[in-house]
Design a protein around this ligand. Structure first.
Ligand SMILES: [Zn+2]
Length: 316
């Protein structure tokens, strides 16, 4: 009777895996992962640990610095101009509109250079948007300080009601969410003005909502991206926008882990897989990247001396 065996099995006494048997990494003997004794979850961890780093090199999101070096100085200059002179609520509103128009133009240029759903495009947009949000916050804060409109709660209620129907920003939005929200709030306000609501009243309410949205993104005394929950959210939002270069499909996440690199730096690794073609991909977020994106909250701190700095604790 001929010896039959199941695929993946091993015949007792066979010294090594044969061609139709399982293939193991060279340094590992088949006995080392005798599956009968390994709990299923540990086996999955072992597979991830063994296969992914060998199969796929980690990609690190890196912004296009040359693009940012061109796009950011004009943004700062126009913000300087908007916030430099005497303030009023209508001026603040037109400053916000100009800022968002400039952002759309810059993102269109960026989209011509990099796909906005690849790692470089996303990283560049996020850095640029962090700058835009810093500008936005300056403009709305100065506008609010100059706001002499003191409307009754009855007068603002219909506008508040319409803005309340916009999608929620959650507890700690990141800049591109705040900027998207601001555009929706302005569009909602415009449609109310078109229907006869006072523009001054609408500007007052819309600007206060935009100010509140930037407050959510930058909390008093709290690191913007240094906070580990905010950092995870930011990273997950990068991955959610990422598409497979082969088929433009989304990725699903299989596992994540933090690692200490040879140079002592810490990074977070996400093990992804294309939901369509199954191609594996590993994305690495070094903590230095988070620190670099912290620049905005650093600027906020400098603008507000007396805000206590949070202790620099490295999370596990
Ligand atoms: Zn794919």
């Amino acid at each position: 009777m001929p010896v039959t065996r199941q695929s993946g099995g091993r015949v007792r006494g066979t010294p090594r895996a044969t061609l139709d048997g399982p293939r193991y990494p060279r340094q590992m003997s088949p006995e080392a992962i005798s599956m009968r004794h390994v709990p299923p979850f540990l086996f999955v961890l072992t597979l991830v640990g063994l296969i992914v780093p060998v199969a796929t090199r980690a990609d690190v999101p890196e912004p296009d610095q040359a693009f940012l070096d061109e796009a950011i100085p004009p943004l700062r200059a126009s913000t300087q101009k908007t916030t430099g002179g005497p303030q009023n609520i209508a001026g603040a509103m037109s400053g916000v509109r100009e800022l968002l128009v400039e952002r759309r133009k810059v993102l269109a240029e960026l989209g011509g250079k990099h796909k906005l759903n690849n790692l470089t495009g996303i990283a560049t947009q996020d850095e640029y948007d962090a700058e835009v949000m810093t500008s936005l916050r300056k403009i709305v804060q100065l506008g609010a300080a100059s706001d002499t409109t003191h409307p009754s709660s009855v007068a603002v209620q219909p506008i508040e009601g319409r803005l309340a129907s916009l999608p929620s920003l959650g507890k700690q939005p990141i800049p591109f969410m705040v900027l998207g929200y601001s555009e929706m709030a302005i569009a909602t306000g415009d449609s109310m003005v078109a229907q006869g609501t006072s523009a001054q009243l609408v500007d007052h309410v819309v600007l206060s909502h935009i100010a509140a949205a930037t407050d959510l993104a930058i909390k008093e005394g709290e690191d913007f991206f240094g906070d580990s929950a905010a950092r995870s959210l930011r990273q997950e939002l990068v991955l959610a926008r990422l598409r497979c270069p082969k088929d433009q499909a989304t990725y699903k996440m299989n596992a994540m882990k933090n690692q200490i690199k040879e140079d002592g730096g810490i990074s977070t690794l996400y093990y992804m897989q294309c939901s369509k073609c199954g191609d594996p991909r590993v994305i690495e977020f070094p903590q230095e990247l988070a620190s670099r994106l912290n620049r905005m909250s650093e600027q906020q701190k400098q603008a507000k001396p007396g805000t206590p700095a949070r202790s620099q604790v490295v999370e596990p």
